[in-house]
Design a protein around this ligand. Sequence first.
Ligand SMILES: [Zn+2]
Length: 116
Amino acid sequence: MSDLTHSSFREQDGARSCDKVSVDRIHNRFQLRCGCEVGRQRRLCSHKLGVVLGEAAPFAGSREQLTSLLEIISLTPIPDAARQLVHLKAEREFLNQEIENQVEFLNALLEDVEVS
Ligand SMILES: [Zn+2]
C-alpha cells in the first residue's frame, strides 16, 4: 500500500482535473484541496465531501492512496462530521418539500374559503 507521507499528488487523469481533490501531506498534517470554484475559496465542496465519504471519482490520487487517506481520516472526527452533514442536508431537503406542500395546501384553502 502506498502511503501519503510527504506525498503531494495532483490530478492523474486529464479529464476535469480542476474538479479533482488532491491531498498535500507533510508529516502528520494534511490538507484536502479541490480546484473547483468552491474549493478554490477553501470552502467545503461536494468533491471533498465525496472523498471523505470514500468516493473514488473526485479523488486525484490512486485507489491505494484513497484507501490510505481514508484510514488516516477514520482516526479523526471527520467521518462522523461528514455523515452528520449528509444527514442534515437530507433532512433540510425533506423539510423544504414539506414546506412547499404546506404552502400549496394553504394557498388552495385561501383560493376557495368556505365558512359554514
Ligand atoms: Zn470541489
